[in-house]
Design a protein around this ligand. Structure first.
Ligand code: SF4
Ligand code: SF4
Length: 240
């Protein structure tokens, strides 16, 4: 695209105010990072679903969980919004026989999973008729229980992906009232160099230092996160 002058052409349109945002689509962290290195794009379409995130896909270039997380964190840090494609893993996650988790997920769970990744602004499934569109729109009225994707945690997941907070909020309610997922997201982003994440953390009503160490979250986290210890770590990182 660079050789053909397309980038310069689109950049010129942006400078003139004709184009407001420049984006690209990719399926692999490596390619996406190369494009982001040019600093031209502020929008990325990227395939995100639990099969890719938990390394249960055959796709060899989907990257590891760490590589993918690092990409989302980079996008958040650099102000690049992510629009998600393939949230249902080509429909396989909605079918118990085809799902690599050995169980069927709902549309709501898949959408919520994608929306919980850093920098994600929208999810763009491809409904083929009005009925499918109505199914998707049910997300807007569904309950927190409908959206809870913690059933993803199972013996099928590799040890390497367990122990990391995926921001699912399954460990709620926290007796202290802490938004555990959000506190963790701010922490992960701040550690990855996102200066604004510290500001977001500051503005939270309750912080890691408000943790009562009751161990409720440790007992209820399906992803084996030692959250009570993590709250101490987070409080020490931010200072409160
Ligand atoms: S600690 Fe566990 S249950 Fe709570 S948000 Fe993180 S991954 Fe989900
Ligand atoms: S250990 Fe802390 S963060 Fe976890 S549920 Fe108890 S008070 Fe909330």
């Amino acid at each position: 695209m660079k050789d053909e002058g397309i980038v310069e052409y689109v950049q010129a349109l942006k400078d003139q105010g004709v184009v407001h945002h420049i984006g690209f689509s990719s399926h692999t962290p490596e390619a996406a990072n190369r494009i982001l290195d040019d600093g031209i794009c502020d929008m990325m379409m990227f395939s995100i679903n639990p099969a890719y995130e938990f390394e249960l896909s055959e796709k060899t270039d989907a990257g590891s969980q760490n590589q993918r997380n690092a990409l989302y964190q980079r996008c958040q840090r650099e102000g690049v919004g992510i629009s998600v494609m393939k949230p249902f893993f080509a429909g396989k996650l909605l079918d118990a026989q085809a799902s690599p988790f050995g169980r069927k997920l709902s549309i709501m769970q898949c959408i919520q999973f994608a929306l919980d990744r850093p920098a994600v602004l929208s999810v763009v499934p491809g409904p083929s008729n009005a009925g499918e569109m109505e199914e998707l729109l049910r997300y807007l009225d569904c309950t927190a229980e409908d959206r809870d994707y913690s059933i993803l945690a199972s013996e099928k997941l590799k040890a390497t992906v367990m122990g990391n907070c995926v921001y699912c909020s399954h460990c709620q309610p926290c007796p202290a009232g802490i938004d555990i997922a959000l506190v963790n997201k701010c922490y992960d982003l701040a550690k990855a160099g996102d200066l604004m994440a510290r500001g977001h953390y500051d503005k939270l009503r309750l912080h890691a230092s408000d943790c009562l160490h009751c161990l409720h979250c440790d007992d209820h986290c399906p992803f084996a996160v030692k959250q009570s210890d993590r709250m101490s770590e987070i409080a020490s990182f931010f200072g409160f």
